[in-house]
Design a protein around this ligand. Structure first.
Ligand code: MOS
Length: 709
């Protein structure tokens, strides 16, 4: 008998602005984040001890007197910590050596019966070091710059067509400028948190990360366990931006301490710790050279980037790769140079590479527009390539021109007087700016299971992560459509490595990757049900794996595009910058959920606004560390900084990118925003700021005379 409870009802859930399925759980507190796991028994609390020197060696740790403090259970040091297998990620070799490679590196950890005791004890721990001279200052001509083999994740470091110098020299119009971006720090709402529980030789880790499966693999390798002996659970995660893409120091320390004490151990990093140990966006120094004819048609593009990494681990950010695909220019060169400094290791932060790189390129495009006296929207349209300039492959879809045109219309761009510093209302100078956005459309293999229950409901399982983005909700919609049922009868379970292989909530590829696997599993289950199989008591479960299908994808360049428009107002007397309007129009494939998509896009744009005006990690070279390591000293755009921000999209059908036609929206929103704001500030004031953030002191003294009417 076929199940009469599962009639195919095509409701077309995908695209609708469905509210987050776990929303009620989150607002009532029923959703448990890592640090809130109940019923784990006698949990002990871990507090890490950061190094107070930038480079050197630990000579001794006076742990005896701290160990005697009431409530202190253990002090982990390089002298007594469990030995780890050599990690692929050298940042995870916690307490395996006496060397100190950067200030703030965790060199010990205190475990106690309460958080307060652990904190007090950690502060009391005296460590003697031998200090060595350190170098933490990046510069354009740093003597130790080198060329990494690849840049993140596996791009060619340099590209060069060979004829670029002659092409530049022979161009009617040239732009040659240097742009700088500071270190920027990941500050998801939920700090990095881990709770480790051993059951004999089996390990369960609740961990706030962007991918339970890869966390499981990493922990198993470090602690020399079979992956099947490790379970990682991340049911709810409060943001990551890339900083939770790999497991972090706290997780390793918690697992070590739990082993040592044979007791569950919780480690939650403080905001202060996060500025050092979870990966920040590298500062960049970039030089962009453009050569064009008098009408602004590009003949040559050169984009060179200098960045930093640490001595622990090479992280080479792909700052100039977006430049390779953006505009038609016959001659192109892009390079990356790195200095390995005595600094914390930079890593991923929302749109690593594209974000700082496009700030420079899109600022330079604005400078070219002015040099050629061509409207900046028109300049970009004029340089639209008909295929990927680098690979020669066609784009699977590319709607940058449509985004620019529709954005210009919505933003009322045509009202604009192109002359800078001519629009003024009282003390405010007013201007508008535009910039392009782009981000690649990746996908990674995943397995999913779909199960029909006898009561007519469905359960879909995949080791996906919902960072607050709406992933769980979107997967529910995708599953419902593939099953041809109402989303209310589908329950999607995620956030558990036990559900099998799945990629990160990173690279803006969650929906493409997990949605692909969920679609295949659900389609197969639908076919089974349609073939007349009865649903037995134990239900019907099917699994799908997309590895082969994803590997077969080729022949196109897969990227999302967008256009961002900003209005800036600059106070003539104080240099204060306000951004009363921000508009983004994106061509990012099929939109699965209009509500959560808009939220992702405006979230990215808000972070881009924050980068343009506020965020700046200030490194003190004498300490070798970022000194403004809290939310008082490091300002992130708050509600009052954001006025009218809107994101929309063009209807884009992409049959090549993946079966769902999605391109990913988590990161593209931050790409280009800072340039749009900087370009608007230039239009408002006539002052070009080529160093982010656009602080008051970078404008003051350069603004027009306030008495001029
Ligand atoms: Mo994102 S930086 O790929 O998590």
């Amino acid at each position: 008998m076929t199940s009469v409870l599962n009639p195919p009802t095509r409701v077309g859930s995908v695209g609708a602005g469905r509210a987050r399925v776990e929303g009620p759980d989150k607002v009532t507190g029923a959703a448990r984040y890592t640090g809130e796991q109940p019923d784990l028994g006698d949990v002990a609390y871990l507090w890490p001890v950061p190094a107070t020197i930038a480079k050197g060696r630990i000579e001794s740790i006076a742990d005896a007197e701290v160990l005697a403090m009431p409530g202190v259970l253990a002090i982990l040091t390089p002298d007594n910590a469990p030995r780890l297998q050599p990690p692929g990620d050298a940042e995870l070799a916690l307490l395996q050596s006496h060397d100190v490679s950067y200030r703030g590196q965790f060199v010990a950890a205190v475990v106690a019966v309460s958080l307060e005791t652990a904190r007090e004890a950690a502060a009391s721990l005296r460590i003697e070091y031998t200090e060595q001279p350190h170098d933490s200052e990046l510069s354009w001509d740093h003597p130790r710059l080198y060329t990494p083999d690849k840049v993140n994740p596996a791009f060619e470091t340099d590209t060069d067509d060979g004829g670029v110098d002659a092409a530049l020299a022979g161009s009617d119009v040239q732009v040659d400028q240097r742009y700088e971006t500071p270190g920027l720090h990941n500050n998801p709402m939920e700090p990095h948190a881990s709770v480790a529980v051993w059951h004999g030789d089996e390990l369960t880790v609740y961990d706030s990360n962007q991918g339970a499966f890869s966390a499981q693999q990493t922990l198993a390798a470090l602690f020399d366990l079979e992956p099947s002996a490790v379970q990682v659970i991340n049911h709810h995660v409060g943001g990551g931006f890339g900083s939770k893409g790999t497991i972090r120091a706290g997780a390793v320390l918690a697992v070590m301490a739990a082993r040592t004490l044979d007791r569950p151990v919780r480690a939650v990093l403080t905001r202060h710790h996060m500025f050092t140990v979870v990966g920040y966006r590298t500062p960049t120094i970039q030089r962009v050279r453009l050569g064009a004819d008098a009408d602004g048609r590009l003949n040559a593009i050169v984009h060179d980037a200098v960045e930093q990494t640490s001595t622990v681990l090479e992280y080479a950010e792909q700052t100039t790769v977006a430049t390779r695909i953006m505009y038609a220019a016959e001659h192109r060169r892009t390079t990356h140079r790195l200095a390995a400094l005595d600094v914390p290791t930079p890593r991923w932060m929302r749109a690593p590479g594209e974000c700082p790189g496009m700030y420079a390129l899109e600022s330079a495009m604005d400078e070219l527009a002015i040099a050629c006296d061509v409207d900046p929207v028109e300049l970009r349209i004029r340089n639209e390539p008909d295929r990927d300039p680098e690979s020669g492959d066609p784009f699977s879809s590319r709607n940058l021109v449509r985004c620019l045109r529709e954005g210009a219309e919505l933003f009322r761009w045509s009202d604009r007087d192109p002359r800078p510093a001519v629009r003024r209302e009282g003390r405010w100078l007013i201007g508008t700016g535009v910039a392009s956005s782009t981000y690649p459309a990746y996908a990674s293999p995943a397995t999913a299971t779909a199960r029909a229950e006898r009561d007519g409901s469905f359960v879909v399982r995949i080791a996906a992560t919902d960072l607050g983005t709406g992933a769980r909700t979107v997967l529910t919609q995708i599953a419902a459509d593939a099953l041809q049922v109402d989303p209310d009868v589908v329950r999607v379970e995620i956030g558990d490595s036990a559900y099998g292989q799945a990629g990160l909530a990173g690279g803006s590829m969650g929906t493409a990757s997990w949605g692909w696997a969920v679609t295949r599993a659900a389609e197969e289950l639908r076919a089974r049900l349609d073939s007349g199989d009865a649903v037995p008591v134990e239900g019907i479960e099917v699994a799908a794996d997309t590895a082969a299908e994803i590997k077969a994808r080729s022949g196109f360049a897969y990227h999302g595009f967008g256009a961002q428009f900003a209005e800036a107002r600059v106070d003539l007397d104080t240099g204060e910058v306000r951004v009363p309007r921000l508009l983004g129009v994106f061509g990012v494939g099929r939109i699965m959920n209009s509500r959560t998509a808009r939220s992702q896009l405006i979230g990215g744009m808000t972070m881009g606004l924050s980068m343009a005006l506020h965020e700046e990690g200030v490194l003190d070279p004498s300490f070798g560390d970022y000194v403004n390591h809290d939310l008082a000293g490091y300002h992130i755009a708050a509600s009052a900084d954001v006025v009218d921000i809107e994101a929309t999209w063009v209807d884009e059908r992409d049959e090549h990118v993946n079966p769902l036609g999605v391109k990913g929206i988590g990161e593209i929103g931050i790409v280009g925003t800072a340039a749009a704001v900087a370009n608007a500030v230039h239009h408002a004031t006539g002052v070009r700021v080529r160093e982010l953030p656009i602080r008051l002191d970078r404008l003051l003294g350069r603004l027009p005379d306030p008495r001029r009417s």
